[in-house]
Write a protein that binds this ligand. Structure first.
Ligand code: ADP
Ligand code: MG
Ligand code: MG
Length: 496
């Protein structure tokens, strides 16, 4: 009760940059015609701005760029101009964030629902199985997470045909790009301040992006709730991470007030210790909050050491972002289970359940023979998804058909590793995508992510907010998304 109020007086960069006087407002032109001279100027200014403001990632052609900061940086791939979206859709997505936050929390408390829903997946997916083992152990020892912190990102696409916003997935672990995403919003405001008149675009229509500040605030408030003045925040990271600057934006803001350390799972196994009172110590420092930017993929666990580290952290009293339960709630299988009739209603008030359900696309288990049959006939209308995170894992088009036939043929239990999802087709529009200093003109589609932060201490909800956004834009002919995987670029919004 004596914890000081959290005030984060920092600002990431020029969010406060004066917005110029109202320009003559045209609706966002459907095919912006930009003269070659203006385009060249815009690209040049954008590249300078990115370099000066830390909108950067490690350059894969430089060997040490994934391990040492300050070495081999290249601008993050970005869209030159913000993507137009009707304000109503943005508001709708923002409104859903606190409901999804609450849903994750409630589902996380139902250990039996998680275990039962994933029981068949467990048999065929070794990674999910290991996560469930940790979860089982926590159920056995009746481990209670009194303080719970979620930093989520719910991703959406706007379906062209129905003009409805559909959720693609909900990320409950390592939701990335709060840092760089905010910078892209600033970049776009800056470009529209400079060139808005020529473009006929108003910088005020790019919403301010509070993602990184609010994520830092949530971590800071969690640190406060843990109530140990000497404790640190632990960032769990991959040994090589070219997206380190996105993470550093967050830890940099946090470090201004609280000590923050950065360790890999292997290092945590080596240096970590569970103290008698249950607290987690790394090299003698007590950890208040564990923030995962690794541990979501099987590749993050090359040996037992990494699994030991994960288990040790889970057993400890440290606040885990996410806990093993929160992590499991974010799996594709749970997304599909929650979409079944009357399941949401078990966890939420009817009104909230109805709001979420409106954005659920078709989701099916492979037990649904009718749907599997349709998907074999019309594979282009579906996406086949395994229980994986981080992009590049889904199956599309004819591969869906082939995989479904193979699974049917083998009559294996393997089917439980996948879910089927209705494929969403957003409207494509002409965009300028910039990679490695080169501007490509593409027919592109976008995916809107809304960040959410949730912090609860026992009965008290300390924070439950939507916190800024991430737009990612990709060539419309590309199936997958993902910026880190090279499919998409970072973008922001232009409200229409
Ligand atoms: P991950 O956890 O690996 O990010 P996603 O479910 O977000 O998995 O899928 C990765 C990408 O695949 C998305 O960013 C999106 O571009 C594309 N995608 C996923 N589901 C759909 C869908 N139902 N319709 C269209 N594209 C999809
Ligand atoms: Mg994901
Ligand atoms: Mg995704």
């Amino acid at each position: 009760s004596s914890s000081p109020p959290v005030s984060l007086g920092f600002s990431q960069s020029d969010e406060t940059e004066e917005v110029q006087e109202e320009v003559v407002l045209k609706p966002f032109p459907t095919s912006l015609s930009i003269s070659p001279a203006l385009l060249e100027n815009l690209v040049y200014d954008a590249l300078v701005w990115s370099s000066l403001n830390g909108l950067v990632v490690g350059d894969k052609s430089v060997k040490r760029s994934g391990t040492s900061p300050g070495v081999g940086m290249v601008h993050a791939p970005f869209a030159l101009l913000p993507m137009p979206i009707q304000e109503g859709f943005w508001k709708q997505a923002c409104e859903l964030a606190p409901i999804f936050n609450e849903l994750v929390d409630r589902v996380s408390l139902d250990g039996k629902f998680l275990q039962d829903s994933l029981s068949r997946t467990k048999k065929v997916d070794a990674f999910t199985s290991r996560l469930l083992d940790i979860h089982s152990k926590m159920l056995e020892i009746n481990k209670k997470e009194v303080i719970r912190l979620g930093l989520h990102r719910s991703d959406y696409m706007l379906d062209a045909e129905t003009a409805l916003l559909y959720q693609i997935e909900l990320n409950t672990i390592s939701s990335s790009f709060a840092g760089l995403g905010c910078l892209v919003s600033n970049l776009h405001r800056h470009l529209l301040n400079q060139h808005g008149k020529d473009l006929g675009l108003n910088p005020k229509r790019v919403p301010g992006n509070t993602a990184v500040r609010q994520f830092a605030e949530a971590l800071a408030k969690a640190w406060n709730a843990y109530d140990n003045k000497r404790a640190v925040v632990l960032f769990v990271v991959q040994p090589e991470e070219r997206n380190m600057y996105d993470q550093h934006w967050l830890s940099f803001l946090l470090k201004e007030i609280y000590p923050t350390i950065r360790k890999t799972l292997a290092e945590i196994d080596g240096e970590g210790q569970l103290l008698l009172d249950g607290s987690l110590a790394i090299g003698g420092q007590i950890v208040a909050v564990v923030y995962f930017r690794a541990g979501y993929s099987p590749n993050d666990y090359p040996s037992e050491a990494e699994w030991n580290a994960r288990l040790m952290m889970e057993q400890s009293t440290a606040i885990k972002c996410p806990s093993i339960s929160y992590h499991l709630v974010g799996t594709k299988k749970i997304q599909q289970e929650l979409a079944k009739p009357l399941v949401l209603e078990r966890f939420l008030e009817d009104e909230d359940a109805a709001k979420l359900r409106k954005c659920f696309a078709g989701l099916w288990s492979l037990d649904d023979l009718e749907v599997v049959k349709t998907a074999i006939e019309r594979p282009e209308l579906f996406v086949l998804k395994p229980q994986r995170e981080g992009g590049g894992n889904n199956i599309y088009g004819d591969d869906v058909k082939e995989m479904l036939l193979k699974l049917q043929h083998e009559k294996s239990q393997e089917q439980a590793a996948y879910i089927l999802m209705q494929r969403i087709f957003p409207t494509a529009s002409l965009s300028y995508l910039i990679r490695e200093g080169i501007c490509h003109q593409n027919n592109a589609i976008s995916e809107l992510g809304i960040y959410g932060a949730y912090l609860r201490n026992n009965d008290k909800v300390i924070m439950n907010d939507h916190c800024g956004y991430l737009m990612r834009t990709k060539d419309s002919s590309s199936n997958e998304g993902g910026v880190a995987t090279g499919f998409a670029v970072l973008d922001s919004l232009y409200l229409t």
